[in-house]
Each structure stands twice: as structure tokens, then as C-alpha cells.
Design a protein. Structure first.
Lengths: 130, 100, 130
């Protein structure tokens, strides 16, 4: 089956990102396809590569990036939510005259249409939030 | 439909709202802090026992164990599943609704 | 004979329900879920918006946000009709519990009871919660 995943909360603050990661890993292990993981609201904060969590605990962003690399996952950060919260890729940073960008490897910034497309194309949508 | 409830029933009314809108025979999976609703001897045990009669109830074992709760005190009629079981529940039901 | 543009196949049409259960302003969920609906309109799916629990407060008339310094987005609900989003359902029990009636709301809505709302939810293909 094709799953679409919506992550509504940022890393660490809520368990949503962890639950989504565990679910995604389990789904892949069972041979399902992840059509897209879409990050909305504070979920966009999963996509910053500047997080330096304590060494003895999980690195959520890194886990997403690693999973994306291993399974060619499509991790999409909503552009509108990202702009509000300061998650920018190189293009966005240039466009808005910011002196840096922070999007983590494996993530891409795109519009809400990607979420709707996932709702249309995936067999199941699963939402993780607060 | 599979309904997921992720907040504690002592903190929020999402479990309550879920149970009031779920169709008979749909499935309800308690995850994250929602797992606190699965246990015997609480102020809402009566309500959850009623729910067990109407819905297929599940609780996510990893979240139970993380919180130091005893799986053997999960109410009879609530099935403990792991993440693989969560995935299977999603596949088995035609859609999922998250009660946040 | 059909005009060339009339041959264009309509893609899959799914029933999308946007579930609103939170009050406005205390959190961003109300505003950002509305933004999803507006973008989603371009995809010509079968869209319903439901407001239950504290979500009914999103539609309350007379929101004056000047003193909290936050943008009043309630007029946007009136714009939904222009986006062909016409199925707005509000739960009767949620209104009553909060001392509200349909007359207190900023747009015309269809008031449904708890059972009817549950039935509506069961008919959907995709349910998005924020």
C-alpha cells in the first residue's frame, strides 16, 4: 500500500515526529511504500539541519534524512509554514534576502498542493500531531 | 475507519470526542499519551469498558512500556499492538482519522 | 463534437474532510488549516469542512483582534464560497455546549448533530486533522 504521512509538530516538543518515524520505519519494513511525508505547522522544524541534540539521545532530523536517503523518501516541508518559522533552503534564503539557509538533507520545500496530492494518490493518510 | 487518539483522557477530551463520533465496529487505537486511557482502575475505566463493547480497541505497546505502565493492567478487550500492528491496522481499515 | 478542452479527463475525485476542533488564536491550527483548504480548492476534490468541539469558535462573529496584535482571519471563511468550498458543517452539540447558535456564526453553515457528523465522517476518503 501507499501511505501518506502528515507530521504536524516539531521534533522533541511533541511525540508526533517520533511516532511518525517509528510508523514510517515499520511500514517500510512491512514492504509498504511511503508516497510522501509532509511536514506542516511546527512540523517544518523537523527539517532544520542546525539542530544539535544531546549526543546520548536521538537526532530526529538526522533520522528523517537517513531514512530518506535509504528509501528515497519524499520529505516535503510546507513553504508557507516554513517561511513563518524560518526554515529556508538556499533558494528561499536568496529570495528573501536572508544570510543563511538551514534545510536538512533529504527534505525539500514545496507547497500545500503536495499534501493534497498525497491525499489523492496515497491509499491511506496518517496524521501525527498534538 | 481506524481512529487514533494520542492525548491522555485526563488532559483532553479527544478520547471522549472520538468515542462519540466513531461508528460502531470501527477501530480505536490509543497511542502516545492516549495509552493512559487503556487501564483498569481509573476514573474513566467505566467509559472505556463501554467503548470496548462498541468498538475494536487497541493500545500501542511501545507507548505503554515507555510510560512504565503495566501491560497486564490493560483492560480486557483492548488488544496491545506494536508499530507493525499499527501499520496492519491502517492497512486493514479504509481510512484513518487522528483525534488530536 | 466535443471541444478539445472538454476531452481532458477529470483526475480522481476524493472526498476530503477537514476536521476543525480547536479554537482560533490560542494556537495556529485554525488559521493554517484554513490555508490548506484554500490551496486545496484548486484540486477540485469533494471538500467538506467540519467544526466541532472548540472548532465551532473559529466561526464566531465579531472577532476583533486589534488589541492582541494578531491578524483577524475570520473574514476568510466568507471567501470559501468563492473557492467552491460550500460544505461547512457545524456540530449542534458543540454549539449548544458553548452557548452558541448558528446565528452567532460568520457564515451560513449546515448544523448537524453528533450522529449525523459521525455518519458524514464515515463517508469520507481522506480526513485531515490539524
Amino acid at each position: 500500500m501507499k501511505f501518506g504521512i502528515l507530521v504536524n509538530e516539531g521534533p522533541y516538543q511533541h511525540q508526533a515526529a517520533d511516532s511518525a518515524l517509528q510508523f514510517t520505519k515499520a511500514a517500510l519494513a512491512k514492504g509498504h511504500e511511503i508516497f510522501r511525508v509532509f511536514f506542516y505547522h511546527d512540523g517544518v522544524n523537523n527539517g532544520t539541519r542546525f539542530g544539535v541534540p544531546p549526543q546520548d539521545d536521538r537526532n530526529i532530523t538526522q533520522q528523517w534524512s537517513d531514512l530518506a536517503a535509504e528509501h528515497q523518501l519524499d520529505l516535503v516541508v510546507c513553504i508557507a509554514a516554513a517561511q513563518r518559522r524560518g526554515i529556508l533552503d538556499e533558494n528561499e534564503a536568496k529570495r528573501h534576502g536572508k544570510d543563511g539557509n538551514n534545510l536538512a538533507p533529504g527534505f525539500r520545500i514545496s507547497g500545500l498542493g503536495q499534501l493534497i496530492e498525497a491525499g489523492i494518490q496515497a491509499d491511506r493518510m496518517i496524521v501525527f500531531g498534538d | 475507519m481506524l481512529h487514533t487518539v494520542n492525548k491522555s483522557p485526563f488532559e483532553r477530551r479527544t478520547l471522549d470526542s472520538c468515542l462519540r463520533h466513531a461508528q460502531p465496529d470501527s477501530a480505536v487505537l490509543l497511542i502516545e499519551d492516549g495509552v493512559y486511557g487503556a487501564f483498569d482502575g481509573t476514573a474513566i475505566t467505566g467509559k472505556v469498558k463501554d467503548a470496548i463493547g462498541n468498538f475494536k480497541m487497541y493500545v500501542l505497546g511501545p507507548d505503554v512500556r515507555a510510560r512504565g505502565m503495566d501491560e497486564s493492567h490493560v483492560l480486557d478487550g483492548i488488544t496491545v499492538v506494536d508499530y507493525e500492528g499499527f501499520v496492519d491496522l491502517v492497512a486493514e481499515h479504509d481510512k484513518v482519522q487522528a483525534w488530536l | 463534437m466535443a471541444e478539445p478542452w472538454e476531452d481532458e479527463e477529470q483526475g480522481p475525485v476524493r472526498k476530503f474532510m477537514y476536521v476543525n476542533r480547536r479554537a482560533p488564536y490560542g494556537t495556529i491550527y485554525a488559521l493554517e488549516s484554513l490555508e490548506v483548504v484554500l490551496i486545496a480548492a484548486a484540486f477540485e476534490q469533494d471538500v467538506s469542512l467540519v467544526f466541532l468541539d472548540d472548532g465551532v469558535f473559529q466561526l464566531k462573529k465579531g472577532q476583533d483582534t486589534a488589541a492582541i496584535g494578531v491578524k483577524n482571519f475570520s473574514p476568510t471563511y466568507r471567501a470559501l464560497e468563492g473557492y467552491d468550498v460550500e460544505k461547512l458543517y457545524v456540530e449542534q452539540e458543540s454549539l449548544e455546549a458553548r452557548g452558541l447558535t448558528a446565528d452567532d456564526l460568520v457564515v451560513p453553515v449546515q448544523v448537524v448533530n453528533q450522529k449525523e457528523l459521525g455518519d458524514l465522517m464515515a463517508e469520507q476518503d481522506v480526513l485531515l486533522s490539524f
